[in-house]
Design a protein around this ligand. Structure first.
Ligand code: GAL
Length: 357
């Protein structure tokens, strides 16, 4: 029996066991065993109201994150109707009014992907001042803000990764190609485009700085031909790359702060008769499903897995702890994973497996 066959066999056994035990202890819709106590807790989540505020719902990565968060909360016993999701249209005032409305409605907990780090201060005051726990995701509030949570023992936590690591991994992915292949014009210098996510965004800032410094620290001279903000969007990154190429700026590498923009850069290269993965090497971050396909076909050199499954589950678990009157760390960290052709399938499997939980 192959790996897949084994998995199906084990799954069948678990389902059978679950059905048998459900008569005694209960079995939830996901096939997980639910003991008497857990079943009681889960049913108490059914009436809990959760507000989720995302900086921008059209963001490819955040939409994966949000869907997984909802799926996981429902599997933990929350009712879908009681999870209210708002997109903030990347506008601080819009997001604040959404949070105010949720606080006025007396939701039981908030999950916030802040439009910017500075808005967190007001959101924390609004939420914790009304005894509503708040879990920040993806965009880390400032250090001062986090110190305050610690000092006053506020029910506030940030769940996310350290973007420096993703920048370093991007640099290592480029180094892994080797100067022989990278330096197409044989001038001993690496010409590159940098396509940044958003101004003043911590992920964008760290990825930009650390990807380049990692390459330079390996003794490679670099020349930046273009450095522009692509708003984390495929379309914008395509326009930027098209424009650069029209101006005759031919890069050897395109470093994108995320995969959506890397996909845009790849399209632009192809439209301009350049072969990504041969003439120009593109790297991203996130491990979007489309990006993993591009890695497998060789047009994207690599990406960095921004583990939205683990992060969304951790965020939900932290929130559940708060709802149960338990304490949490104020900072819950998560690791990035470097992805190339060698482990793209393994990452896809890991994503599938984690989604079962
Ligand atoms: C990053 C992610 C980007 C974008 C951004 C929004 O962590 O890599 O794709 O979603 O967050 O802040």
């Amino acid at each position: 029996m192959g790996i897949k066959g084994n998995r199906i066999h084990i799954a069948h056994c678990l389902v059978t066991l679950c059905v048998a035990f459900s008569l005694l202890v209960g079995c939830n819709g996901t096939g997980n065993l639910v003991t008497g106590d857990v079943a009681a807790t889960q049913s108490s989540f059914r009436d809990k109201h959760v507000g989720v505020c995302i900086y921008e719902l059209n963001d490819s990565f955040m939409s994966l994150f949000t869907n997984e968060l909802i799926r996981y909360l429902v599997s933990e016993g929350f009712s879908k109707e009681n999870i209210k999701v708002y997109g903030g249209s990347n506008n601080e005032a819009v997001q604040l009014s959404q949070v105010k409305a949720l606080v006025d409605e007396r939701v039981d907990a908030l999950v916030i992907n802040p439009v910017n780090a500075s808005v967190a201060h007001t959101i924390t005051e609004l939420a914790t001042g009304n005894s509503i726990p708040v879990v920040y995701i993806n965009r880390e509030p400032t250090g001062d803000e986090e110190d305050k949570w610690e000092e006053y023992n506020l029910k506030a936590t940030y769940v996310g990764c350290d973007a420096r690591q993703s920048g370093i991994y991007q640099g290592e992915l480029v180094l892994g190609i080797g100067m022989d292949k990278l330096d197409r014009n044989r001038d001993g210098i690496l010409q590159y485009y940098m396509i940044e996510g958003a101004p003043e965004n911590i992920d964008a800032g760290f990825r930009t700085v650390y990807s380049v410094s990692t390459i330079k620290n390996a003794g490679i001279e670099m020349e930046c031909l273009l450095d522009e903000v692509g708003n984390w969007e495929e379309k914008k990154a395509k326009l930027i790359t098209d424009k650069g190429l029209e101006q005759g700026l031919i890069p050897e590498v395109i470093i994108c702060n995320n995969d959506a923009m890397a996909l845009g850069a790849i399209k632009a290269l192809q439209d301009n008769n350049l072969v990504p993965g041969k003439d120009v090497f593109v790297v991203g971050v996130d491990a979007l499903p489309e990006a993993l396909d591009k890695i497998k076909e060789g047009t994207l050199v690599g990406t960095v897995f921004n583990d939205y499954i683990r992060q969304s589950h951790e965020a939900a678990d932290v929130m559940i702890n708060y709802l149960q009157g338990k304490d949490n760390e104020h900072y819950v960290a998560c690791n990035y994973v470097k992805v190339t052709k060698d482990n793209a399938d393994a990452i896809l499997n890991e994503i599938d497996n984690k989604k079962q939980k």
